[in-house]
Design a protein around this ligand. Sequence first.
Ligand code: AMP
Ligand code: ZN
Length: 492
Amino acid sequence: MSDTSSSLHIFNSLSGKKEPFTPIEEKHVGMYVCGPTVYSNVHLGNCRTFISFDLIYRYLKHLDYSVRYVRNITDAGHLEHDADEGEDRISKKARLERIEPMEVVQRYTVDFHKTLVAFNTLPPNIEPTATGHIIEQIEIVKGILASGMAYEINGSVYFDVQKYNESNNYGILSGRKLEDMIHNTRSLSGQSDKRSPQDFALWKKAEPQHIMRWPSPWGDGFPGWHLECTAMSTKYLGEQFDIHGGGMDLKFPHHECEIAQAQAINQKSPVTTWMHANMLTLNGKKMAKSTGNNILPSELFAGTNPVLSKAFSPDVARFFMLQAHYRSVLDLSSDALEAAEKGYERLLHSIELLADLPKSKESSANINDHIQGYYAAMNDDFNSPVLIAQLFETVKLIHRVKQGEDTLTGTDIEKLSKAVNAFIFDVLGLTLTTKEQDNSYLDKALSVLIDLREQARTNKDFATADRIRDELLAKGIQLKDGKDGTTYSLSS
Ligand code: AMP
Ligand code: ZN
């Protein structure tokens, strides 16, 4: 373990403070991140959270921790409304599309994986599903019932928040007070079996039309959404583990309820460090599936969303996101992406110069200051914008050395190169492939086809012109005629 890791500080949402990070078991880190509910394509907001935790995972690995990273797939139990009401999101999609719920799950799990690969995120070590852990969830419900902190009613089991709060603190994570919650909530609609609106479902009875159902001691039903994460994190990381993460919007009720469930069965706090990534916004509002205020990664890569002036590569989007701290809100706009693209290209071209810098007998600059700057940034709660700013300081040095205004020895160049590469590729997870590299041959080939189509149109040979357009479209390449000529975009 390098000595640089000893000063890692992480902002813990539980204490509201930055704390020195000390894993429960030396050199090992257990990290659980709530995964997607796979009922539609992930949008860029979801991607931001997973990229934030990818950065965290990568840096922990860079510090030589052996990390067990568990990120689940929610494929059952997440209802339309957080307050235990409405249809299961996956069942609803299956009903609307007249397909099996597991077809919905499969389709969007594949999309999720494909997208995260495009963003160069590392896969977790374990990716468990809610439906694969029904037995474990039922066992936890039995345990909570045995502790007296849950009650069964009409085939459903609810967590008794007030009972729990007599000996524990419901609100410990979110900072909410149960009295205020009671005061501020409307009374229950006649349809709910819950004793109190704050109680939450551990197990819900399946009505006859509910297609996702499993047998249980309380009859056919399905697990409550919060339960799966307690079941899977405990199974793979133990009753107490180091880091639990998710987007800020999961802090309450999801994570608060997870703490309550785990406390009720194990009488201990399940997680040392709770981490919450902040939201990606569009036009100042949270990107969300439900409101339609979102951009899909495929639209970003092809430039097909009206908000975007052009296509942006996954690397540029990743760089754009990492230029903000994971706990800050980030607003996405075409201008901001274009600015990120410029910075990204500058970084890329300067780094290429590093290998060919002239070697001198003496160094006039202290490269250790640069390298320590990278560690200091990341040790300060994974501060990637400061890390990127430090890398741009190194870019300045590279240019000074190139122009003979500063000197570096061969050994220093090598050491600096190693550190820069480690932080750019291994920690920030950038691949540094440019759009030109990706598309140069495609651009050239398409300009030939676009010219041929133009010629056909001039000759009034519309059949050929349309054939070129339609056959390209069938292969996922869309031609767009504009006042400055014809351009193309890729549909996925
Ligand atoms: P879901 O599939 O809705 O359960 O969300 C998956 C993850 O994406 C969760 O950790 C959410 O907190 C996160 N998330 C949802 N919307 C946004 C957003 N606009 N910005 C950042 N993260 C988000
Ligand atoms: Zn979760």
